[in-house]
Design a protein around this ligand. Structure first.
Ligand SMILES: [Fe+2]
Ligand SMILES: [Fe+2]
Length: 382
């Protein structure tokens, strides 16, 4: 490849001129070729790369401009110089204007001028090849860069997927831990087994019906699981008492709301359910029947208002030591009766609408919460 950069080809039908031209290059680091016909010139070009070709214009058969035009077509890298007499100047000028040749030299030539032109021609040839090489290099680098980018995007996609998966696993472990905790509390009393899970599910379903977003439903579900966690601090004798509680015992029982909030307060990832748990027994009218803070209407956290309805529904539809489970009709009557006093009217209406449509099916179909679907949604959100 390197030999191509200094090869010069002279084309002239007169051997004397070819000799004279070759002589001019003596002492230079040029690889000189000569051809006394256009055909031979093309033969040389076909066999080896040529940097500069200097062709006579007037040759039998094919004129120089025609030869250079052919060279331009077939060997575009080769620098083309036309050697011509004054009488053919118009042909030569046209060849320059048409872009067929790089330079024009007139006969008789000036040796220094010819040497300078050859040098420039070789430099131009080298420069063009260098530009081409850099262009190719840039193209290759672009291709490589693109390939690397694609690889990077793929890796980012894979990592994102892994992180999502880890996030879902973490959430699952976290929800299951909370569930286990809730079950432990419910197990203190055989009558309340499964109570927290069902309250959580009912509350989640009501809030879905109310049009809440997934994050809110999730928070409510966890708050439902944990709403009675404070019962850990209530003596078994009170929790499991078969008959009615005395006033004192009832006052003690009421403390479970505050105890629950206190238990959850230090747990950072449960921070947003603390208030829901504390206020799940407040009455909507702010009366003394609610506890612990006698909050009223919108001052009660919205999740707590939903929990209260779900809690009531679950308690009424479960067996208790002092009574059997009540039918859905009785539950609806109770919710209707205390709508606006104990219950948020909007939440109560929402439940009544669901109960009217689903009847007892509300209790059956929602007895198990679709954790996978729930966690799947969380995964999609991240
Ligand atoms: Fe409670
Ligand atoms: Fe409860």
């Amino acid at each position: 490849m390197s030999t191509s950069t200094n090869r010069i080809l002279f084309v002239d039908d007169e051997p004397k001129i070819l000799k004279a031209l070759a002589r001019i290059c003596r002492g230079e680091d040029y690889d000189v070729r000569t051809a006394d016909t256009p055909e031979k010139a093309v033969g040389i070009l076909e066999s080896e790369p040529v940097a500069v070709v200097v062709s006579d214009q007037q040759m039998p058969g094919t004129p120089g401009t025609t030869l250079l035009s052919q060279i331009r077509e077939r060997f575009p890298d080769t620098i083309r110089i036309l050697l011509t007499g004054y009488t053919e100047m118009h042909v030569a000028v046209a060849a320059i204007n048409d872009g067929e040749v790089y330079r024009l030299l007139t006969k008789p030539w000036n040796d220094d001028e010819l040497r300078a032109t050859l040098r420039q021609g070789l430099e131009t040839y080298d420069m063009r090849r260098e530009i081409e090489r850099l262009g190719r290099l840039r193209h290759e680098q672009n291709v490589e860069l693109q390939r690397m980018n694609e690889g990077l995007e793929e890796r980012v996609r894979e990592r994102t997927q892994e992180v999502k998966q880890k996030h879902v696993e973490l959430r699952r472990a976290y929800v299951e831990t909370v569930r286990a905790l809730a079950e432990a509390v419910d197990a203190k009393d055989s009558y309340t087994r499964g109570h927290s899970e069902r309250v959580a599910v009912y509350a989640a379903r009501i809030s879905e019906r109310l049009g809440s977003n997934r994050a809110f439903v999730e928070r409510l579900y966890l708050a439902g699981l944990l709403h009675d966690i404070g019962k850990i601090g209530i003596p078994d004798a009170i929790l499991g008492k078969p008959g009615r509680l005395t006033r004192k015992e009832y006052a003690h029982m009421q403390k479970h709301a505050q105890i629950g909030a206190r238990i959850l307060e230090p747990v950072s990832f449960l921070g947003d359910v603390v208030s829901c748990v504390r206020h799940h027994h407040e009455w909507y009218d702010g009366s003394a029947r609610g506890y612990p803070d006698r909050l009223r209407s919108s001052a009660i956290p919205y999740p707590s208002r939903i929990l209260l309805v779900a809690d009531t529904v679950e308690a009424m539809t479960s067996d208790r030591p002092y009574r059997r489970a009540l039918p859905m009709d009785a539950v609806c009557d109770e919710i209707e009766r205390f709508k606006g006093s104990q219950f948020d009217p909007g939440v109560a209406d929402c439940f009544l609408e669901i109960a009217e449509r689903e009847g007892d099916g509300f209790l059956e179909r929602t007895s198990k919460f679709d954790l996978d679907c729930f966690l799947g949604d969380i995964g999609d959100r991240t």
